[in-house]
Write a protein that binds this ligand. Structure first.
Ligand code: MG
Length: 254
């Protein structure tokens, strides 16, 4: 089902998104070598609950996801489980994917952070994954199609020889975390679901330094690159308005 939200509901979406802005602003200052992914989770959890919201990911799915964030380090693409045993080292990257529900409205976003001194080729991957989101965002307008977004992301990333993960996609969002339409990170311009004002979607490129193939670890959640090379992830919640896209989870510095 594709949900069409009212102007009033868009205000609730913005209030929900504001919480994730605060999470990212804080993590931007706090993430450093020696922290565990549990520590990162706790910071996000405390901000979300401190603002009267519920972490969307906590207990989501089957087996129930045990964290408030997905903390995916290096070759982990998505859905890494926060752990007191996973210590961030100098040169790592960590994707922090986080969601919040406020007054029944979800927001969902991800940033990939650099931990200490990261190799240039991996920094480039992180920067270009973010830029690929903005390439897709150009098409997040009423009358455009999801295929226009996917095509823009794919063309930009494959131009650098990166892998575009196929099995995981962006999605609609609103009173549920994941809903129609699927927003693929690849595809044909002019194809897919036609966007309408009132929709909210997440564009979330998951891009690999090497090959695009992924596999799932035995914990039932963590998705890694099959070749063991790093992956980056970037996401925002976007409102489709008559005046163009409005990101609820983005501010300039992040
Ligand atoms: Mg998402």
């Amino acid at each position: 089902m594709v949900e069409i939200l009212t102007a009033e509901e868009f205000e609730f979406m913005k209030a929900s998104g504001d919480i994730l802005k605060e999470v990212f602003r804080t993590l931007d200052k706090e993430i450093r070598p020696g922290m565990t992914t549990y520590d990162v989770d706790k910071i996000a959890h405390d901000i979300i609950t401190g603002r009267g919201a519920i972490p969307s990911f906590l207990n989501y799915g089957e087996p129930p996801f045990p964290g408030s964030i997905c903390a995916s380090v290096n070759e982990e693409v998505v859905h890494g489980i926060p752990s007191k045993k996973r210590i961030l080292r100098d040169g790592d990257i960590i994707s922090v994917d986080v969601g919040a529900i406020l007054e029944g409205y979800h927001s969902d976003a991800c940033r990939t952070y650099l931990v200490g001194d990261v190799k240039q080729e991996v920094r480039d991957l992180v920067d270009r994954t973010k830029q690929s989101f903005f390439e897709g965002l150009k098409y997040a307008k009423a009358g455009m199609r999801t295929g226009d977004i996917g095509h823009a992301v794919q063309e930009y990333c494959e131009g650098f020889g990166y892998g575009v993960v196929r099995e995981l996609t962006g999605h609609g969002i609103g009173t549920s975390l994941h809903q129609d339409p699927e927003v693929l990170n690849y595809g044909k311009a002019g194809h897919g679901y036609k966007l309408k004002a009132g929709m909210a979607i997440c564009i979330e490129p998951m891009i690999t330094l090497g090959r695009k193939e992924i596999e799932m670890l035995s914990d039932g959640w963590t998705v890694v690159t099959r070749d063991g090379l790093p992956a980056a992830h970037y996401e925002n919640t976007i409102l489709i308005t008559e005046e163009g896209p409005v990101m609820t989870t983005y501010e300039e510095e992040n």
